[in-house]
Design a protein around this ligand. Structure first.
Ligand code: GLU
Length: 264
């Protein structure tokens, strides 16, 4: 059975759908639950880096915009507002449990430029050493097309590599990767363990008419591919119940477990 054993450092990725209501306003209950579980895990001796989305979504909510902007400047402006709000809330909530947070806003350029890359690794290490929780998002305000990751799934896998994490936990709004579209096929089942990320899996995740896949599972599979190839176990779980994080760390079968290649 594929389980996480003795993970000492993990990366958790949480998306906008977990952090916000359909109104765009912050989902305080879920955010609080997530912060409480992460704080508890850190107290138990596991280092956690949190990759968070939600800057644009929270910005739209805070500004009271009717729709999410579609132009670059609009998205960037919403992200600048939302990022402040997000970090304010994380810092306040983690602070209640006695934890300091450190904000990392990064772009592809920072990761690909050798000197920046090394500085980034050192900054992560120091942040862990100081006992703070690194919170990472893409630097949406400056990340124009040629330097943009675009989705935080890929970014979370890159961060997992940078911090040499033992595992990457991707929190999403469904229970894992299904073998068919659960909206159309009531017999669709969660795939518990994936040893090999094949073309077939990508077809399942993004197949025509598969609503559950579009804009979600494909990027998560890509992230799982990047991380597992770097020796990092990757688990996709439902983020609506933060206790799933405990279950994964305790070795229970939950969500979809992508087994690392050449585990460290
Ligand atoms: N960086 C974007 C934000 O914070 C999220 C990208 C994504 O949804 O993966 O809004």
């Amino acid at each position: 059975m594929a389980t996480l054993k003795d993970a000492k450092r993990i990366v958790i990725k949480v998306g906008t759908s977990t952090l916000t209501h359909s109104t765009g306003k912050t989902n305080i209950r879920r955010m609080k639950a997530l912060v409480a579980v992460i704080s508890d895990i850190v107290n138990s001796g596991i280092e956690v880096a949190l990759v968070t989305s939600g800057a644009i979504g929270v910005g739209v909510g805070k500004l009271g915009l009717k729709d999410r902007p579609t132009d670059t400047a609009g998205k960037q402006a919403a992200a600048t507002v939302g990022q402040c709000e997000l970090m304010f809330m994380y810092d306040k909530m983690f602070g209640e449990f006695g934890h300091a947070t450190g904000q990392f806003l990064i772009t592809k350029r920072d990761v690909e430029h050798e000197e920046c890359h090394n500085n980034l690794i050192n900054a992560f290490e120091k942040t862990f050493e100081y006992g703070a929780i690194p919170i990472i998002n893409e630097n949406d305000a400056v990340a124009v097309e040629e330097i943009v990751y675009g989705d935080n799934d890929s970014l979370s896998a890159i961060v997992a590599k940078l911090v040499k994490a033992d595992a990457l936990l991707i929190l999403t709004d469904i229970d894992g990767l299904y073998d068919d579209n659960p909206n159309e096929n009531e017999d669709a089942r969660i795939i518990p363990v994936v040893e090999e990320i094949t073309e077939g899996l990508f077809e399942i995740a993004g197949g025509k008419g598969s609503k559950f896949g579009t804009g979600g599972m494909i990027t998560k599979l890509i992230a799982a591919q990047i991380a597992t190839e770097a020796g990092i176990d990757t688990i996709i779980i439902n983020g609506f119940d933060a206790d799933n994080i405990y279950k994964v760390l305790e070795g229970h079968q939950v969500g979809t477990f992508f087994v690392a290649k050449n585990r460290k």
